[in-house]
Design a protein around this ligand. Structure first.
Ligand code: ZN
Ligand code: ZN
Length: 132
């Protein structure tokens, strides 16, 4: 079954981020199980069909993935198989349920004050966390 997203603000899973509520439904009965949007033509405008975007597990190099879908390591990213390392953009429920995704998501965190306290080492030519 394809996945849909309800954009009714009352259904948002994280109102601050404004992320809608995702649900699976057969194409013959696309109705939000939370608010019932989709029953009328007017409320159906709140619902969009999501493209399947798999989770591409990260490597040690920032911004570079391992180039396979977490839900199926035999499935390379590319040629009709879309993937990303951006957690909030992953729509594949099977990928989100994997240990790879869960561990990566748990390790990610928003930037905090001390993250901005950096210094530049001209000899090494790189930025690093401020010492002590
Ligand atoms: Zn809804
Ligand atoms: Zn997947």
């Amino acid at each position: 079954m394809p996945t849909f997203r309800c954009h009714n603000p009352k259904c948002a899973t994280d109102p601050q981020k404004g992320i809608g509520f995702d649900f699976e439904a057969p194409v013959t009965a696309i109705v939000c199980p939370k608010c019932g949007a989709g029953k009328t033509a007017r409320s159906a405008a709140l619902i969009v069909k999501l493209a399947v975007i798999h989770f591409d597990p990260p490597t040690d190099i920032h911004g570079i993935g391992q180039n396979f879908a977490a839900c199926n390591p035999e499935k390379p990213i590319g040629k009709g198989c879309r993937g990303t390392g951006v957690h909030d953009a992953v729509t594949c429920a099977a990928c989100r349920a994997t240990e790879l995704f869960q561990a990566s998501y748990a390790a990610s965190r928003p930037m905090e004050g001390e993250d901005y306290e950096v210094e530049f080492d001209p000899r090494e030519g790189r930025i690093m966390p401020k010492a002590g």
